[in-house]
Ligand binder design. Structure first.
Ligand SMILES: [Fe+2]
Ligand SMILES: [Fe+2]
Length: 322
């Protein structure tokens, strides 16, 4: 509801609110997808791939994961819209508007990467040039996960369906499973495969020695944004459980229903010659820590500054000190 007249408050916004602090962090951490990821870095990625001895099968796996990220970011840009309509609080609305904008930037990055790196490399190698929307890139589990997320978000707009429990389910689908587990795991995997100095526990495989600095720069910035998005979702679920009487089992159950779909997606991403076990372990470990926090009313969320820092990666992009 638009509140032109409102006697319940003195000022329009509350900068001290949780969402207000997150909005401020989003503004402070703003990055420009055109300027901050320079053309020269993408040209370098293209050149390195062309000159590398990457095989066709490995390239297929690589572009399949780029396609999944692109489609995923596009889907979540749209699927956030119902929240904008159901939130009453201007601070929440302001934060969600920053998140929609950020998801749009993420979509733009992957589209650009396909045009400027993926297709020219395929062409130079004499391989088929494909479209990032080609159905071959989307396994059943992936499609199912995004369909269910869309349904959980859009349900909030239906008559009588905007209940605390349905909101908790929506946040579990979108912020906890898609953004937290699926995206963060996938990004971590790409980072481990294509950046110098892979994180510990990653089973480095022979031939994975192409360093794609443009891709890494983009996903480092995206992961940082995602850290903030996930923090917002965790906070919302925690409050719904602590204050609105949502049964914590709803959280556990929703996550349990969706996790097999994540495993299916992650495994098909990296199954050419690397072992996906560390990825899946990483996902589960992250999620169990998060469930502990959100189902405990007293537990404190890490501060947003910590959530936007990227572990296991060069921090300079996320730290905003460039
Ligand atoms: Fe995103
Ligand atoms: Fe996000």
């Amino acid at each position: 509801m638009t509140q032109i007249e409102d006697t319940s408050r003195e000022m329009r916004i509350d900068p001290e609110s949780f969402a207000g602090g997150y909005f401020r962090n989003a503004v402070y951490r703003h990055w420009d997808p055109y300027e901050d990821i320079p053309q020269s870095l993408l040209e370098q990625d293209r050149q390195r791939l062309i000159e590398s001895d990457i095989g066709h099968e490995q390239f297929e796996a690589f572009r399949a994961s780029v396609a999944k990220f692109g489609a995923g970011e596009e889907a979540v840009t749209e699927d956030l819209a119902p929240l904008m309509l159901v939130f009453d609080d201007i601070d929440d609305q302001m934060f969600i508007s920053s998140q929609i904008y950020e998801e749009a930037k993420h979509t733009q990055f992957f589209d650009r990467y396909w045009r400027e790196v993926v297709n020219p490399v395929a062409e130079a190698k004499g391989w088929e040039v494909t479209s990032p929307t080609d159905q071959r890139y989307f396994p059943e589990g992936y499609v199912e996960l995004f369909d269910r997320t869309e349904e959980a978000m859009h349900r909030l707009l239906e008559d009588g369906e905007d209940t605390p429990t349905n909101r908790a389910k929506a946040f579990c689908h979108y912020h906890l499973v898609v953004e937290s587990v699926l995206a963060q795991t996938g990004y971590w995997g790409l980072q481990a495969t294509f950046s110098e100095g892979p994180p510990e526990n990653w089973n480095e495989t022979e031939g994975d020695d192409v360093y794609l600095d443009g891709l890494i720069e983009g996903i480092t910035r995206i992961r940082s944004d995602e850290g903030r998005h996930v923090g917002f979702g965790m906070h919302k679920v925690q409050r719904l459980v602590a204050e609105e009487g949502v049964d914590p089992d709803v959280v556990q159950q929703t996550l349990a229903e969706l996790l097999p779909l994540v495993s299916e997606t992650v495994q098909t991403d990296f199954d050419t010659d690397s072992d996906p076990t560390p990825l899946v372990e990483y996902a589960q470990e992250k999620l169990s820590k998060r469930i502990e926090i959100i189902t405990n009313a007293e537990a404190e969320l890490p501060p947003v500054e910590e959530l936007v820092k990227i572990e296991g990666a060069d921090d300079h992009a996320a730290a905003g000190d460039d």
